[in-house]
Design a protein around this ligand. Structure first.
Ligand code: 6PG
Length: 252
């Protein structure tokens, strides 16, 4: 079995710099090839400085903002102005600073009022954007994913029903430990992306990463269930997160 494609950066700031460069390069390439770039943003704390850097010099002048379309891999069921909101975080860090047409930003709606219909509505929004008929899965150019210390990714948490969803693009997934719903893209949609990149930083992720990338434990964690159909899967890790990895053994 081929070794996972893992890039280990000496520091979190190196991971951030390389992630920003990767996003700008891919955005320009896709706009050259297809006239547009579609990106799925991850939430949580790790990507925030990446979004901030994209919307600052010199990258703010290099990103093809007008041809870039933003979606969210998952969202917390809170209002957009909540400090918990992934949309709110991306808006403060990037959307509010860069010249991005409002119609290029696709956030979930009413997630704090009715998670089920919010998920269904977001699925319709994605199908309409890609003109994808029912039963088929569109392909995003870039899918950014994070990972929690419990091995969850997007809002696909261990033991949650959303792990088994194979039809829908987006579901309202009940997360026991939060006693709350989350809106999340599903594995079939994630797996259909052209480029999937995990952004993982911090020592609290080291143990689960070593089990995911270096052990015989197969499909034990949600992050392990991400299996690209035709695209590529890369892991961008900082030294702390990679502390328990044996690169020679398990990284290409
Ligand atoms: C979310 C995320 C989630 C996140 C991980 C890692 O909404 O919380 O999308 O999947 O990526 O929890 O979070 P940190 O980057 O904060 O460690």
């Amino acid at each position: 079995m081929s070794k996972p494609n893992v890039k280990i950066f000496d520091s979190k700031s190196d991971l951030i710099d390389s992630s920003v460069q990767m996003i700008v390069d891919l955005a320009c390439q896709k706009v050259d090839e297809n006239g547009r770039f579609t990106i799925v943003l991850s939430g949580g704390s790790t990507p925030k400085p990446i979004y901030e850097k994209l919307a600052s010099e010199p990258y703010i002048n290099r990103m093809p903002w007008e041809q870039t379309f933003f979606f969210f891999g998952d969202e917390r069921c809170v209002p957009h102005d909540s400090p918990e909101s992934n949309y709110g975080m991306a808006d403060k860090a990037m959307f509010s600073k860069a010249l991005i047409p409002d119609e290029n930003i696709f956030a979930t709606q009413d997630q704090d009022k009715d998670p089920e219909s919010s998920a269904a509505q977001y699925e319709q929004t994605i199908r309409k954007f890609f003109k994808t008929e029912k039963g088929k899965f569109p392909s995003f150019d870039l899918m950014l994913l994070g990972m929690g210390p419990d091995g969850h990714t997007a809002s696909l948490f261990p033991g949650s029903e959303g792990l088994n969803e194979r039809q829908s693009l987006v579901v309202a997934n009940y997360v026991e430990k939060f006693q709350a719903y989350r809106i999340t893209m599903t594995f079939p949609l994630i797996d259909n992306a052209d480029n999937i990149v995990f952004l993982v930083a911090g020592s609290d992720k080291a143990q689960v990463l070593s089990e995911i990338l270096c052990s015989d434990k197969k499909d034990s964690y949600p992050a392990q269930l991400v299996k690209p159909q035709a695209g590529t899967l890369k892991w961008y890790l900082d030294r702390e997160a990679a502390a328990k990895l044996d690169p020679a053994l398990c990284c290409s």
